[in-house]
Design a protein around this ligand. Structure first.
Ligand code: URA
Length: 227
């Protein structure tokens, strides 16, 4: 249950909040989240130290906490999911869509993003021509671009779309370098036209989330990102 401060004050006034069986009406009371039992309107409240949110990022929104010019993923977060300390774990470009994880758990974000953990990030990429067997080899073996070495990526042809005439591929990478996928494809002479992140680890973006929508990630789902 996520409740706003205003709602919390109303519930306190209504004597709906109980700590260890005793009704409380003041917000100032301190609670030990490990020991004390808190119920609201008869329901036990389970205290969650951190929150993990999946968002289907639309185009034109930046993955940052603040931006003087552009709308950020935090700006479009629904009220009931907001709390202090949230940030997007990793960046998608402004024109990239799809799965962004927003959390207030710095250690989790660090582990998810650390190349040492090899967490796969899966994207769907739209390009104007098919990749050649030589390009494929470069993706599979790991490519060098301007002296920088990129780890091997898994690449798989998905389909050709009638509407935009683009060839769509699935690509899985385990790093998250600046413009990584765009740079990898650009180095094969095939600029990325569409880019969408579909999975973090083995957790897929919920297909029920429309662009700009977000929901909390369950504990079971979280293990699919970082086992
Ligand atoms: N690679 C890119 O080039 N852009 C993104 O947004 C994500 C991965």
């Amino acid at each position: 249950m996520n409740i706003s401060r205003t709602d919390a004050k109303r519930l306190l006034r209504q004597n709906s909040v109980f700590v260890n069986g005793k009704a409380v009406s003041k917000a100032e009371i301190s609670v030990d989240t490990d020991k004390d039992s808190v119920t609201v309107s008869g329901k036990e409240i389970v205290y969650k130290k951190y929150i993990y949110i999946m968002m289907n990022k639309p185009k034109g929104v930046v993955s940052a906490t603040e931006d003087g010019r552009d709308i950020t993923v935090l700006d479009i977060l629904p009220e009931h999911l907001r709390r202090n300390g949230l940030f997007p774990a990793g960046r998608l470009d402004k024109d990239t869509t799809g799965f962004v994880l927003i959390t207030d758990d710095g250690a989790f974000a660090h582990n998810m993003l650390s190349p040492a953990h090899h967490i796969e990030k899966t994207y769907t990429v739209g390009i104007e021509e098919k990749v050649t067997p030589e390009d494929e080899k470069r993706f599979f073996e790991g490519m060098e671009i301007g002296g920088e070495l990129f780890r091997p990526a898994k690449l798989r042809f998905l389909y050709r779309a009638d509407e935009d005439k683009l060839y769509y591929y699935e690509i899985k990478i385990t790093e998250g370098r600046y413009h990584q996928i765009k740079r990898m494809f650009a180095s094969t002479g095939k600029p990325v036209i569409e880019l969408r992140r579909t999975h973090l680890g083995s957790l897929s973006l919920d297909s029920a989330l429309k662009p700009g929508e977000a929901r909390e990630i369950t504990e079971i789902e979280l293990k699919k990102i970082l086992p």
